[in-house]
Design a protein around this ligand. Structure first.
Ligand code: PLP
Length: 367
């Protein structure tokens, strides 16, 4: 029997039913569903939240990253540095433009891209570095920016897992030339369907993304460039406005859950816990532990009715999507090792202390 599911996706509705229902009625009664007042308001509110000048709502997180790269004129023949250890969307956004993703291995402690390994991956074709704030923990942006400045590269943040996280006091989304967010329902800020956004302080870049998401058009039927159709719709924007009001509180609860896990699970031998450098304030999209025999943990928790997931079992370079490239088993050994050892245990804003203790107790039993 499932006692503690990995994720209780309906918890937000129990909490915010009235506000969400009101948002729904507001949009239904407005008879305006695309590019309207809700989106404009959400864009202003989310830019404010991320401490950036601009926010552009788009169809999903993958499109957010793709449109940023397009707006930066990255295309075929170019190379973009990307973490080897990430969700495949980071890579696909680069491949969409015709450019080549150049993977770099993660830091063993934070699982984020290792800045010390970036320079060796730079060639004269390199145009940008995409940093991913994996599991909700910011990448080491100062180190990344230092390298980018020396080689005149753009820096893109994949912030799909890190809404609200801070790096040296500054919000994720404001740390690079532009950032891509996802509002996939399971993210820290999730829509009730697909959604995404780009944040930036660069007016020119913001304008380009705005054009690209709407058929390359500013004025109806005048198409300045070959754009795309990727807009955050009014219903999703209205729902997101309600949920954005709760984000800090929900993230704070995740931090509390993480603190309990970190405090107690240190007693488990061979269990590697997440390490938080003192310059980051992560938002714990996922709580990922590591063990040489992951399957033992997985099975034991499962028998106790506790759901777990693996993020991610197959690294992008070994997936069918990139089988045409020259990567093979052994190309990125740290990433491959992680894919065999990581396990995500329940983590969400609505977990009770009792549920957290149940997870801890069950894990302790294995050791
Ligand atoms: C979810 C996610 C994306 C893609 O977002 P979608 O909205 O699903 O397109 C990109 N990068 C990372 C790291 C993600 O976790």
């Amino acid at each position: 029997m499932i006692k503690i599911p990995f994720l209780n996706i309906d918890a937000y509705y129990l909490e915010l039913k009235e506000e969400l229902d009101a948002a729904y009625r507001r949009v239904m009664e407005s008879s305006w569903y695309i590019l309207g007042r809700e989106l404009e308001a959400f864009e202003a509110e989310f830019a404010d939240y991320c401490e950036t000048k601009y926010c552009i709502g788009v169809g999903n997180g993958l499109d957010a990253l793709h449109l940023i790269l397009r707006a930066l004129d990255i295309s075929s023949g170019d190379e973009v540095i990307v973490p080897a250890n990430t969700y495949i969307a980071s890579w696909l956004a680069i491949s969409y433009t015709g450019a080549t993703p150049i993977p770099v291995e993660p830091d063993q402690k934070t699982y984020n891209i290792n800045p010390l390994l970036i320079e060796a991956a730079i060639t004269e074709r390199t145009k940008a570095i995409m940093a991913v704030h994996l599991y909700g923990q910011p990448a080491d942006m100062d180190a990344i920016y230092g390298i980018a400045a020396r080689y005149n590269l753009k820096v893109i943040e994949d912030a799909a897992q890190s809404h609200g996280a801070r790096y040296k006091g500054r919000r994720v989304g404001s740390l690079g030339d532009a950032a891509g967010f996802s509002f996939y329902p399971t993210k820290n800020l999730g829509a009730i369907g697909d959604g995404g956004a780009v944040t930036t302080n660069n007016a020119d870049l913001a304008e380009k993304v705005r054009l690209l998401r709407n058929y390359g058009s500013r004025i109806k039927y005048e198409n300045e460039t070959q754009g795309f159709n990727s807009r955050l719709d009014e219903l999703q924007a209205a729902f997101l406005r309600v949920k954005l009001g709760k984000l800090d509180e929900w993230n704070a609860r995740r931090v509390k859950v993480a603190e309990q896990y970190l405090k107690t699970l240190v007693q488990c031998p061979n269990l590697t816990l997440p390490i938080v450098p003192d310059w980051t304030e992560p938002v714990w999209h996922l709580f990922v532990v590591r063990h040489p025999q992951r399957v033992i943990l997985e099975q034991h928790l499962s028998l106790s009715g506790i759901g777990t997931l693996v993020h991610y079992p197959i690294p992008p370079h070994l997936s069918g999507a990139y089988s045409g490239n020259n990567w093979q088993v052994g190309s990125f050994p740290i990433t491959e090792q992680l894919s065999k050892e990581v396990l995500s245990i329940p983590m969400s804003f609505h977990m009770t202390d009792e549920q957290v203790q149940t997870v801890i107790k069950s894990l302790m039993e294995v050791f």
